[in-house]
Design a protein around this ligand. Structure first.
Ligand code: 13P
Ligand code: SF4
Length: 302
């Protein structure tokens, strides 16, 4: 493993490349990553970087987002099969049908979606800024896709906005039940429960904190508590255990994994750098329209 890491670092220097890694990636990926974080943070880094090549250790929509906002850079996804189950739940036609049912209502698109879908939406959001983005629209009705859970969680935080959601979800989070939280609360009454808002809103309601993957990690960083229940994918739990060895972490379910996020390996990152594959390519019209959707978000959420 040490040899592969050295080779990746050498090639990164030679080719002026960076590696962006999501916090759900296999933890050894951090050894070669220039930035590790949530979807918002990684898209901000993709926009800012002076690198010629961005290797995205994440899933397809994340690499595609990087290409949308950094069109002059070569964006590579090491494992082309790394998709997102939620993003796959809505295609262009389904999005158009949803929109046509509710004309003249602003439409917010969660970043976990394809460029074609983003291209037809007013503004993008991530789990860390969804509330801020919906508020920024100053509308009493908002359409939200594809994640019904994040949309409804936002609605619950606001007294005067109706959030009309598409029926998509992330199965990794959607399958967590209220009874799972109640049981763990009984077993660890003093632990803080930290929940990703892709969980059902009735689950999120039971958390001491609800936020993005980076939000959860920052909560621990700033907390004087010592015991935490992690209600999101295992990558976050693995990093917290590594970074805070004196604190106790309990993952809500054994092996709560996003299989796609775990596909990327160090070998594949080396191969991607070496052969410059697989490159993300986009139709320029779609790229421009989806860039508008993302840029509006980045302006609100600096
Ligand atoms: P974050 O933006 O919170 O990292 O979430 C991305 C994601 O896909 C969660 O399932
Ligand atoms: Fe998509 Fe869910 Fe995996 Fe996040 S955890 S990338 S929403 S399938």
């Amino acid at each position: 493993m040490k040899k592969i890491i050295e080779e990746i670092k050498k090639l990164k220097n030679q080719k002026n490349a960076i590696v962006l890694a999501h916090s759900y990636q296999n933890i050894e990926i951090d050894e070669v990553a220039d930035f590790v974080g949530d979807s918002l943070y990684l898209s901000q880094q993709a926009k800012k970087t002076n690198a010629d090549i961005i290797i995205f250790a994440g899933v397809y929509f994340m690499a595609q987002t990087a290409k949308i906002i950094s069109p002059n850079k070569k964006v590579l996804l090491p494992n082309i099969n790394a998709g997102c189950l939620m993003a796959d739940m809505i295609n262009y036609k389904q999005m158009r049908d949803f929109k046509s049912k509710y004309p003249n209502i602003p439409i917010v698109c969660y970043i976990n979606s394809t460029a074609e879908v983003k291209a037809e939406c007013d503004i993008c959001c991530t789990s860390s800024n969804a509330l801020q983005i919906v508020k920024s629209l100053n509308s009493d009705r908002v359409l939200f896709l594809p994640d019904q859970n994040l949309g409804k969680w936002v609605e619950n935080q606001l007294s005067n906005v109706q959030v009309i959601t598409y029926e998509g979800n992330c199965p990794v989070h959607h399958n967590i039940k209220v009874s799972d939280i109640e049981e763990i609360r009984n077993r660890y009454p003093n632990a803080k429960i930290l929940i990703h808002p892709e969980c059902k809103p009735e689950v999120s309601k039971l958390g001491d904190y609800v936020g993005s993957t980076s939000g959860i990690i920052n909560y621990v960083k700033n907390s004087s508590d010592n015991q935490f229940i992690i209600v999101t994918e295992k990558g976050v739990y693995d990093r917290l255990k590594r970074d805070y060895p004196d604190k106790e972490f309990i993952l809500i379910k054994d092996n709560l994994l996003c299989e796609s996020m775990k596909l990327t390996t160090l070998e594949e990152i080396l191969n991607a750098l070496d052969n410059e594959t697989t490159e993300i390519v986009l139709d320029e019209k779609i790229r421009q329209a989806s860039a508008n959707c993302i840029e509006r978000m980045l302006k609100v959420s600096k």
